[in-house]
Design a protein around this ligand. Structure first.
Ligand SMILES: C[S@@+](CC[C@H](N)C(=O)[O-])C[C@H]1O[C@@H](n2cnc3c(N)ncnc32)[C@H](O)[C@@H]1O
Length: 301
């Protein structure tokens, strides 16, 4: 049984998420985490728990990503998943477990969790679902509010590569057989079609660009052997008002750095292949000091 705690954004029909809910099984990396991503998150959580042996880890998941819900959590850990799409919670959440795992329908800017009550806030691609910078700032402030001073934020992020791609180059790579999956193609096209991070990229614009290219989907599927359902998932973007935001590493650090100090990063996002780093950070004790050289660029040699 799922409760809708924060109603305004629950069940918005025009979001991509309500239609993704029923096709989620066909989604693949990088739009969901790989086994290596989950292993990295398990390691980061285990390291935190190892430093706090007397505490039962209390975690909050930004979204309902099943592999995170089902990853190896320390003994006695509990997890609350917060997502503002009721269809996603109903269709994708693995299920509640008594006393250790529960999902709530809530917005990340108003989490139904007391101040300083969590040890870990974790998420997969969560910030890219928000508008930059205000949505990032609101969710980061809320994560900071609910985390204990010695807690950790761990989020897999979608980051623009140092050298921005052009949509026509992504299409050329697709037709040249240089892209490993349709999910990777869609991800690269999303990134390439974003003009700037503040504006983000509307999924409907990505659908319209794809339709304008008149790629023969049946021939593409036959040539590549890709899952037809994965290719047809582009249709789910059509007419939806969802906007993704893909910051550079400097932009992400600038806003999240107002609330958190980076402690680890799984990979530096220089190329498109490395553009989904897991960012691990601790709450800042004095948030006013946060204007430091957070721009410390991933793209500087
Ligand atoms: C975490 S993200 C990315 C998907 C992810 N890569 C995965 O594997 O599931 C997707 C989820 O975020 C939810 N979401 C987007 N914006 C939200 C917000 N402001 N508050 C709460 N949930 C939100 C969507 O409903 C969707 O279920």
């Amino acid at each position: 049984m799922v409760s809708c705690v924060t109603m305004p954004d629950c069940d918005r029909d025009k979001t991509y998420w309500s239609s993704l809910a029923y096709a989620y099984g066909a989604l693949g990396p990088p739009l969901r985490p790989t086994g290596a991503d989950i292993a990295y998150m398990e390691g980061a959580v285990a390291a935190w728990a190892g430093r706090h042996p007397a505490r039962r880890t209390r975690a909050l998941l930004l979204g309902v990503t099943p592999p995170i819900a089902e990853m190896r959590w320390p003994p006695g850990a509990s997890l609350i998943a917060a997502d503002n799409s009721f269809p996603m919670v109903r269709a994708v959440w693995p299920r509640d477990l008594p006393r250790s795992r529960v999902a709530v329908c809530a917005d990340w800017s108003a989490l139904p969790v007391p101040e300083s009550s969590c040890d870990v806030v974790i998420g997969d691609g969560s910030f890219s679902c928000l508008r930059y910078p205000d949505g990032f700032r609101a969710a980061a402030a809320e994560a900071r509010r609910i985390l204990r001073a010695d807690g950790r934020l761990m989020v897999r992020c979608y980051i623009q590569p140092c050298e921005r791609e052009r949509p026509e180059d992504v299409i050329a790579d697709l037709l040249g057989g240089a892209i490993p999956s349709f999910h990777w193609f869609k991800f690269r096209l999303l990134m390439a079609l974003q003009e700037n991070t503040e504006r983000g990229v509307a999924v409907d614009a990505v659908y319209r660009f794809w339709a304008s290219q008149r790629v023969d989907e049946a021939a593409l599927i036959a040539q590549t052997g890709w899952d037809a359902q994965a290719v047809r998932m582009m249709e789910l973007y059509r007419g939806k008002d969802t906007v993704y935001s893909f910051p550079t590493m400097s932009e992400l650090r600038r806003v999240l750095g107002e609330f958190f100090a980076e402690t680890a990063i799984s990979t530096m996002p220089r190329t498109i292949e490395g553009s989904c780093p897991i960012w691990v950070a601790e709450p800042r004790s004095d948030m006013r000091q946060a204007t430091m050289a957070l721009g410390a660029a991933a793209c500087r040699s």
